[in-house]
Design a protein around this ligand. Structure first.
Ligand SMILES: [Zn+2]
Length: 98
């Protein structure tokens, strides 16, 4: 539970968004804990909703052909087979009210 709060805090400080790896650096975690951070981000969605905030994912993109992925964890572009992928970024913003 504490990791979720740490992740939320660090994302609130970086409005431009962070990759999972950057979140690990910011929290002083080993890169081997990326999966843990990733699942904390997924769990944070509900917590944030209650606070009137939303978690936004800027999807990963292939740096070679520009293909945009629809899921956060990817290793290879299905279009050009490149592994040069710009990772997903996550950011928190207020939910727009109409
Ligand atoms: Zn590609």
């Amino acid at each position: 539970m504490a990791l979720i709060e740490d992740v939320i805090e660090v994302l609130l400080k970086h409005k431009e968004g962070l990759t999972v790896r950057e979140i690990c650096y910011a929290l002083g975690l080993e890169p081997s804990r990326e999966n843990e951070v990733y699942s904390a981000i997924m769990k944070a969605v509900k917590v944030l909703k209650r606070k009137g905030l939303e978690l936004v994912m800027i999807p990963p993109q292939c740096r070679k052909c520009g293909f945009t992925f629809d899921k956060p964890k990817v290793s290879r572009c299905p279009n050009c087979k490149s592994e040069w992928i710009e990772p997903a970024r996550f950011l928190i913003r207020g939910i727009k009210r109409r």
